[in-house]
Design a protein around this ligand. Sequence first.
Ligand code: NAD
Ligand code: WQD
Length: 336
Amino acid sequence: MKILITGGAGYIASHTNIELLAQGHELVLIDNFCNSVFESVKRVENISGKNLKFYEVDLLDIPALENVFEKEQNIDAVIHFAALKAVGESVEQPLRYYENNITGSLNLYKAMKKYGVNNFVFSSSATVYGDPEETPVKENARIDATNPYGHTKAMMEQILIDAAKAMDWNIVILRYFNPVGAHGSGKIGEDPEYPANLLPFVSQVAAGIREKVVVFGDDWDTIDGTGVRDYIHIVDLAKAHVKAIDKLSNAKGTFIYNIGTGRGYSVLEMIKAFGKACGHEVPYEVGPRRDGDIAEVLADPSKANNELGWKAEYGLEDMVNSAWKWQKENPKGYRE
Ligand code: NAD
Ligand code: WQD
């Protein structure tokens, strides 16, 4: 298939692009580099041995966006990664988040309609469940996002579902749990300037860039009192997109899947596992709870296992080993 990848230079897209190229798909990437650099695209080209078509385009720029559809005739499907994704920042800058994520997506949906593209994969998030009543959580659980970023994801899902009904689009919504780790080559990985998530933070502490990890509370109702999450290896997550594209070529309708392992790890378990990967203990101290955090959330991935034929294959060791390899071999990320 010829697939348009929005946010094509970002963390999850880079890993997904490698898997899609390996399956023979043709890719057209767009990104505005608000949270990425072109180096990631070059490295994907190196790893896969294929040239990529790339457009530096902001989804808020309608003429530039339409120009891509105009030039690239016969796009079969879109995978929509482009979004702002930092929960804390979304609380401080809600209008920027709504404009980028909602208006940007609406521009994309309208361009798809104009140019007759009707297959779509959407990057959603476990964040749409908020603090679910039951965990592991199933796809039919209540949507109850608790911050502006989560609201943008829940709203985009709804807009997409309505649009798909009206225009006969085929869509797959993937709700990712906690993506971590890096490609086995050590050439691509997560490259945040200031890490908002646990594992990149732990990784920078292990590398001596930051002094210690602050554990956000050890009085949660969990196995050891620290928060428990369903961490998913980035390469497993990337492969779920290949399955989603396969689904679109042989089924019609709207499909929603949790993408997680179903197995949780606590903050302390993650820090300990990372210490093993890097060969020394990672210093930490226990601090107060973070606003808006929850004790535990895990995916029930059985729907994706059964219907998509996708299952997470990598375990915790692979997650932390790959994250450490990336950190060690690229101490400044892509910015060297
Ligand atoms: P990322 O920031 O690395 O990638 C997103 C890319 O989109 C970046 O390259 C950024 O420059 C680009 N972008 C943002 N706004 C744009 C715009 N208006 N026009 C063009 N490009 C734009 O993030 P990621 O971790 O790869 O996340 C990809 C998607 O997955 C996002 O939609 C995110 O919300 C979702 N998601 C991420 C996580 C996670 O923990 N990483 C979890 C669940 C869902
Ligand atoms: C994991 C655990 C923290 C940092 C977020 C978004 C979610 C999704 C994934 C995009 C929690 C603890 C963390 C630290 C800590 N992103 N922690 N010290 O909060 O599960 O999910 O990223 O869609 O929407 O909300 O991930 O990595 O921030 O936290 O103790 O310095 O680590 O309290 O228990 P989270 P996280």
